[in-house]
Design a protein around this ligand. Structure first.
Ligand code: ADP
Ligand code: MG
Length: 396
């Protein structure tokens, strides 16, 4: 099997291209405005690259989880409006239903028209990777380009199905994402420090497991850490933790010891009540968490310890907030993590994860991070397996 080809490895000119982008942007609660358009912004270089070579574009993406039905708040119209900001010279035209759109629309596409297929997940065939549906999506294009790293862990029709029908290539963002992650996975400069936080072990087991092999130090924070503390016999009070994952946590710690990976768990924490907004929490040792309180952030002793490890790192991967950052009283640990990483000018740093990006997206110094991954689940799966179904589908 050969490797995949990216659009700058070949000459693509004067074609009609179906470009799968990941426009699954985070929205404000009213669904009327975009909270963070990083995912749109990051695909613009690929769009411009293809347009410059006289190609016509049909863009496809999902937004949210409409589960095969037309849910108006998940319409890509809002994405079209934002695309217009970045591509003011083009007409961004939403194709409301490409299954019924007359052939003439596609025949008459002008050089300055960019078509955008309405949310691919409005169609039941998308998640089922229905070949007939994929065929209809592909029929108006000569070439398929996948630039949707964030969804390439899903074998959906618009990611995998169409790649089996048309000559297919990776876009510039897909290239950047995979190059960055491969560099870290194949020959990371040492010390390699991984910071894994978040809520559920289930979603992080595989990346934890892989990091036990790869990293020199593995910092575990968030509710995830509670399960590890509990597995070591510590009473975590009313904290969120997973009792049934105790064995797993012990096995992971054993694996770390076998691989000479230092695991850093919190030694102190901020405890309180997640829903309480008026008052902040209280600092205590992890061995002294009151029965009725929850661990909601890492404490100052822990942050100091982590700070010095991050300061010496040459490679850093961060996924998952280390505290309940949605409540302002418990976001200090996560903020500290961000500042520690952006203050290390010598390290290659890669940050990813939906909530992680939400926690840092409005900050200064974002450009001090080497790479901000547009993938959450996709990044984790890529770290684990070194490839993704959407990438495999481009290999021919
Ligand atoms: P990402 O989307 O970046 O991969 P996750 O989805 O794994 O991150 O985890 C983010 C969630 O974890 C956030 O909602 C955050 O509030 C929660 N979390 C982190 N630490 C704690 C904690 N100590 N107690 C409860 N929830 C926590
Ligand atoms: Mg998340």
């Amino acid at each position: 099997m050969s490797d995949i080809k990216f659009i700058d490895d070949v000459e693509i000119e004067g074609k009609t291209i179906l470009l799968r982008a990941d426009f699954n942007v985070s929205m404000n609660p009213n669904y009327l405005t975009i909270a963070d358009d990083a995912r749109i912004r990051q695909v613009i270089p690929t769009i411009n690259y293809l347009l410059k070579r006289n190609n016509k574009l049909i863009l496809a993406s999902h937004l949210g989880r409409p589960k095969g039905e037309r849910v108006p708040k998940f319409s890509l119209q809002i994405v079209c409006n934002q695309l217009k900001e970045y591509l003011p010279e083009y007409n961004i035209i939403l194709i409301d239903d490409f299954l019924t759109e007359p052939e003439s629309t596609f025949k008459n596409q002008k050089a300055d028209d960019i078509f955008v297929y309405e949310n691919t997940r409005f169609y039941p065939g998308e998640k089922k990777n229905d070949p007939k549906f994929a065929k209809k999506m592909a029929v108006h294009a000569d070439i398929f380009v996948n630039d949707a790293f964030g969804v390439s862990h899903r074998a959906d029709a618009s990611v995998v199905g169409v790649a089996h029908i048309l000559p297919s290539y990776g876009g510039l963002l897909l290239k950047k994402e995979t190059e960055m992650l491969s560099m870290v996975l194949k020959k990371p400069e040492k010390p390699f420090v991984a910071v894994i936080g978040g809520a559920k072990i289930e979603t992080k087991i595989k990346v934890l497991d892989r990091m036990m092999e790869l990293a020199d130090s593995l910092i575990i924070g968030g509710a995830l850490a509670n399960t590890f503390l509990y597995a070591q016999g510590i009473d975590v009070g009313a904290s969120l933790f997973e009792k049934d994952k105790t064995d797993l946590a012990q096995k992971l710690l054993f694996k770390a010891a076998q691989n000479n990976t230092t695991v850093i768990l919190p030694s102190d924490c901020v405890v309180g009540n997640a829903q309480e907004l008026e008052h902040g929490g209280m600092v205590c040792k992890v061995s002294e968490v009151p029965k009725d309180k929850q661990i909601l952030d890492i404490g100052p002793e822990t942050t100091a310890r982590i700070g010095s490890i991050i300061a010496k790192a040459k490679t850093i991967v961060w996924n998952g907030p280390v505290g309940y950052f949605e409540n302002i009283h418990y976001r200090q640990g996560t903020d500290f993590m961000y500042y520690a990483i952006t203050n290390n000018d010598d390290a290659v740093s890669i940050v990813g994860g939906g909530d992680t990006l939400a926690a840092i997206s409005k900050k200064e110094y974002l450009d001090k991070l080497t790479h901000i991954s547009t993938g959450g689940g996709a990044m984790l799966e890529y770290i684990e397996k070194g490839t993704l179904p959407g990438i495999e589908a481009l290999k021919k």
